[in-house]
Design a protein around this ligand. Structure first.
Ligand SMILES: NC(=O)c1ccc[n+]([C@@H]2O[C@H](COP(=O)([O-])OP(=O)(O)OC[C@H]3O[C@@H](n4cnc5c(N)ncnc54)[C@H](O)[C@@H]3O)[C@@H](O)[C@H]2O)c1
Length: 511
């Protein structure tokens, strides 16, 4: 066995010419013996208290004999946490997925991070995760413990402080979960880097000022600095697939610019140092897509939604998707509107009032930032019905409500013989607890797509978004069917056999 001593960084170098197999040999679990050259990805090892990891690397092997396999054969189903009692270690899958959160310490970011670790430690079940439905049985989705969190922030705090604040203000999370996950949260916080505020607008700039030391007016420098953070995170943590997820505060709408039309024009403008060429969310998106990382936009901000960045993603093979997670009132709209359509009931007006009190609400209290959200919430009903009823969408900040959002919707409609009737509903949801599982689903499904060799826009994720990019369909059930069809059509033969289902043909127009 030729393990070198534990090392800090993964070796990405290919085997030297003429000295090894043509195709890299890699171990499922990273423990391989033999002689000869092979590219073996470094396994990451986490101590049983979850506090830290080290990396090991082996270079020369002859045959890929996987030492870990016999030890792990009878291990519990969570692939990431298989105990090696004699080493006192928990060996993590060598192919870890990185989840880089833009807005890491926000309500959604902190809930994702605590939720992943609480699931990995077996403290909570997977209720609320779409990706835990039987539809996904037999597919190689990353387990919660396979996902390593890092991120960018503009407020210098920690995941533990964010979770505690949330607990106090909104009465969510059991204190025992935070206690049990404390070392994990500290390890994740150590991977959070200062973000940028260039192009963020005054409401967000008031939130914090933890940004890089570089020239904060030059977008090209900022993209390079943000990208370097991504590179370092991927290297240090043996990341196989890096997913950058925007869960930062909602920006004001950003005016279109001719430089947004092509990557050549945008790249030129960025190099010329034009600070106002992109909003903050798009700087982060450019840093991710330039490197071929997956970019997901859970917010209404611009992100990657311009032709220049779609072109960049196409050229680097990056996956992307967005925008604005569909978690509560808008989910209800896209579920109920098809009912009115299918019963031939004419919707005359749809009024929705939303009140909530978290930091997102504070930012959305600014009329400019609010207009981005109102736009994504308002257009879904018209999208389903095919005509525009009178509509009102209001979003008001009521601080004492914390993360609890109440939405009251009043739908006035006309039925047989011109009779007017009303449906009203009240939705009372805890925003971040609705959003975090969907964000985790998006990361898991994006990783599945990556394993399937996908690239570009992930249209099949439309059901997760208020404004699904590249998809005109807003009917929730049709969007969900797109996901089902896409997943089934790509189900590998062996996984289909394991799940007892034959692969089905896809209805997704991309396939
Ligand atoms: N919670 C939901 O149900 C839901 C649904 C759909 C969309 N969203 C969107 O998700 C986003 C996050 O929501 P939240 O409730 O967590 O909000 P939040 O205000 O609690 O968190 C946002 C975080 O982003 C950080 N941030 C702001 N600008 C940044 C920048 N330029 N770089 C790095 N970090 C930055 C803030 O400091 C804050 O910690 C919002 O845009 C929201 O509209 C939330």
């Amino acid at each position: 066995m030729r393990f070198k001593q534990p090392i800090k960084r993964i070796h990405h170098a290919p085997p030297r010419a003429g000295r090894g197999p043509k195709r890299p040999v890699s171990s499922t679990h990273g423990l391989v013996v033999g002689a000869g050259w092979a590219r073996i990805k470094t396994p990451a090892v986490e101590r049983s208290d979850g506090s830290d990891h080290t990396s090991m690397s082996c270079g020369r092997v002859d045959r890929g004999i996987d030492l870990a396999a016999p030890l792990l054969r009878d291990a519990p189903p969570d692939r990431s946490r298989r105990a090696f009692p004699h080493f006192g270690l928990v060996l993590m899958s060598q192919s870890r997925v990185g989840l880089w959160l833009i807005g890491a310490y926000g309500g959604v970011g902190a809930t994702i991070t605590l939720g992943l670790r609480a699931m990995a430690r077996g403290l909570v079940d997977q209720t609320g995760l779409v990706s835990a439905l039987p539809l996904f049985d037999g597919l190689s989705l990353p387990e919660p413990g396979d996902i390593v969190v890092g991120g960018h922030e503009i407020r210098s705090t920690s995941f533990e402080a964010a979770a505690q604040e949330f607990r106090q203000n909104s009465g969510v999370f059991e204190v025992g979960w935070i206690d049990a996950c404390r070392p994990d949260l500290a390890a994740a916080a150590a991977r959070v880097q200062p973000g940028t505020l260039l192009g963020a607008g005054p409401a967000i700039q008031k939130l914090g000022s933890w940004v890089g030391d570089d020239d904060e007016t030059n977008p090209r420098h900022i993209i390079d600095r943000l990208g370097a953070d991504l590179d370092e995170f991927a290297r240090e943590n043996a990341i196989r697939h890096l997913i950058v997820l925007n869960v930062a505060s909602t920006e004001p709408p950003f005016p279109a610019n001719p430089a947004h039309d092509t990557w050549t024009a945008l790249d030129r403008a960025l190099r010329a140092g034009k600070g106002s060429i992109l909003p903050t969310s798009s700087l982060y998106a450019a840093a991710a897509l330039e490197r071929g990382h997956t970019y997901l936009n859970f917010t209404p901000s611009l992100g990657a939604s311009i032709p220049a960045l779609a072109e960049l993603a196409e050229s680097t093979g990056a996956l992307h998707g967005g925008k604005d997670g569909k978690t509560g009132e808008t989910l209800m709209k896209t579920v109920l509107a098809p009912m009115f359509s299918q019963r031939n009931l004419r919707v005359l007006s749809w009024v929705g009032h939303n009140i909530f009190g978290n930091r997102d609400g504070l930012v959305l209290d600014d009329p400019a930032n609010k207009s981005s959200k109102v736009e994504t919430k308002d257009k879904v009903v018209t999208g389903v019905l095919g005509y525009k009823p009178a509509s009102v969408v209001s979003i008001e900040y009521v601080p004492d409500m914390g993360d609890w959002k109440t939405a009251w919707d009043h739908i006035h409609f006309r039925g047989f013989l011109g009779t007017k009737m009303t449906l009203q509903f009240i939705w009372q949801g805890c925003d971040s607890l609705l959003a975090a599982p969907l964000a985790i689903d998006l990361a898991r499904l994006a990783d599945l797509e990556k394993q399937r060799g996908g690239r570009g826009l992930m249209r099949h994720l439309a059901s997760f978004f208020k404004s699904p990019e590249g998809v005109a369909e807003h009917d929730y059930f049709k969007q969900f069917q797109m996901l089902v069809d896409h997943v089934e059509s790509g189900r590998p033969r062996d996984a289909a056999a394991a799940a007892g289902k034959p692969p089905r043909p896809s209805l997704d127009p991309r396939d």
